[in-house]
Design a protein around this ligand. Sequence first.
Ligand code: BF8
Length: 653
Amino acid sequence: MVNGESRSIDQASIEMMEKAAAEGVNTAFDRAEATKPCPIGAVGSCCKHCGMGPCRVPLPKGKEETPQEKQKRRGVCGATAETIAARNFIRMIAGGAAAHSDHGRGVAELFLAAAKGEAPGYEIRDEQKLLQVAIDWGIEIGDRSNKEIAVDIGERALAEYGRQEGELLFLKMAPLKRQALWQRQGVAPRGIDREIVEIMHRTHIGVDQEYQNLLKQGVRAAIADGWGGSMMATELQDILFGTPAPVAGKVNLGVLKTDEVNLIIHGHEPLLSEMIVAAAQNPEMTEMAKSKGAKGINIAGICCTANEILMRHGVPIAGNFLQQELAIVTGAVEAMVVDVQCVMQSITTVAECYHTKIITTSPKAMIPGATHIEFDEHNALKSAETIVRTAVENYPNRSKNVHIPSQQTDLIAGFSHETINYLLGGLFRASYRPLNDNIINGRIRGVAGVVGCNNARVKHNEAHIAMVKELIKNDVLVITTGCNAIACGEAGLMVPEAASEYAGSGLAEVCETVGIPPVLHMGSCVDNSRILMAATAMVKDGGLGDDISELPVAGAAPEWMSEKAISIGQYFVASGVFTVFGVTWPTLGSNEVTEFLFKDFERMYGGMWAFEPDPIKGAHLMIAHIDKKRKALGIDKARERVLYDMAMRRELT
Ligand code: BF8
């Protein structure tokens, strides 16, 4: 019998873990208990970049080392613990930046094909954003058609990957002071691909041996992710599929239906999932489902694809990263279709215990045992229909052993940067002014971006929820993406009523007046670029300093696990944000490297890293930083407590 209570705070997940155990199905939770992490690799002290290794270089044993002893504590090539930790760290950034940016490249390719009329079914949905990006990039508008402008944007976007000189176009979106700092520090990225390749070159045996210089390249590649590849993905997706606006949805395994065909979309890129949603609405498909004995077709999402289609279509979310196997364990999933990133290889072995078909769609990501139906962007609707049909045809194979947990929670999502602007300022005077004003008058203490994964080494969702609740209780508005957003939805923090239940009185007052939850869902992990835009908008609106590093804001990923999270954290830090990670820290094998990231970076970038596995302590590190920034801005005076009459409430908005 498994002890589900020790593995997750989510009842639906606990029920499914118990069902899995009773049916002899192995999940990530079992494997995490059976296999402990390598203690040397976990702290970044193992170098396996050449055939003389792997070399393990542990920390010195307490006492001062003699030069002779120090010499011995090196890899075969002479690499020190510092070099090895820094190399490993920036290779994680390269992996994360590559994943986000290659996603962005895929979107740019589809965008260009759509603009040229070569991708039927896709069109420009957000003309305003199309024109805005054209203006930002210096592309002529005049009396040219949207298609002509879009072709220029698509070509310019793709050229950003191979740019050899100069700076990425989106860097201009950052506050001027930040742009100047990046230039001064020599970290303004050139081409996105170039910065990632340069990490691979510098970390090859016998190249860059100075940890400070290695970390500098890590910063440059991370900026190329946040202000490059990820921003590209977000902006072009918004133009193609529409910029998200507030939408009601439901989240958790209870969104699966006992009497409908359940098709789960899992992964990251919305290119295919948008079409699957359209294909499932085709009356012909619904009729086919009925002919198989189902009442209809139910689409649900997992991971960041879920966030994308929730934000734009209100499609329900079945769960976050650690719930992907558990969804199959319900026995009610006819097909799980995946593209790239955060897809566990074990979903095929879990699926073998049920009737679920696993369908891979990307030539970049195949899984042994899965059915491969390649996504063809030139014939997207046909690919999508083939997938939906495969799911429908599998419905009669469902066995009797189906159990869907009852838990499903309401949430409001769709808080893009533009939506926040509109909600706060109204259509004709859209601005962040009310947010800045409420920060200055102290009703809102600051803003925290809490994002990132689940990690099977810690209790599922526990740190996410503990940290977010502690922040909102202390009047810190939380903005979120990725698996943290899904966790917050499951915990009921994303409805306006959560403000009176969980938020401090100042934050609750503002949320109730504007009608927003105290935790705002901003999208998927590439949409962390929306957080950069929101922070920049706060700077530009005035009254809170001239740079992101002066704002009373902080970031965190309390249950991180992926390389993408490290890249995101690094671009938050490089943008001037104090950022706290939980679970584990990958450079603890070198005190010097860790000190450099945690302390020296503040002097260099105005933002720095911290590691704190306890989510409440982590929240208080963030609050202390927010208070430090409030003090520096001179807005740290005691907050008045007043009762608001209607006139004062109107003034609040
Ligand atoms: O990109 S938060 S587990 S799903 S890596 Fe993955 Fe982490 Fe979830 Fe989205 Ni982001």
